[in-house]
Write a protein that binds this ligand. Sequence first.
Ligand SMILES: [Zn+2]
Length: 155
Amino acid sequence: MKTLMAAAMAIVSVLWFSTSGEADDKDAKTIQLDGKVVPLAGVLEKFGSRLDAEAAPHWLALVTDNGKVYPLIKDDGSRLFFAEPHLQNRSMRVTGRLFQDTHLLQVLSVNSVKNGQLFEIYYWCDICSIRRNELLKKCDCCGGPMELREEPVKK
Ligand SMILES: [Zn+2]
């Protein structure tokens, strides 16, 4: 019975991925951008516009190396930049999705860039030796502290 359930769930997830894949082609495109994530409020100020004070903490934007501005959709993918302000204003390579002709960027994955070298960013529990890509205040295995790590991407 358990295997049957697992098989059914596998089929469902395959169907789900294939249908969402179709939607991607039509409404979204995946792109890779190099730049820095900064508070959107600062970017808007340069254009003479201002975010309400209560909105400002919820908006970050990727400013690419060639000066394009992509406000980040605040979700699982971009949460890292809200939770870890020291990752803002640093060279990053962001893979994300753009929807139709909006400039809103959904972050799918992030690598930091130092001296031309790409780094993986992840959370690590020393006790369990497990890594998580998602921000967790405590390890979901032992309940211990998770630390943010950056390691060179292996070639
Ligand atoms: Zn742990």
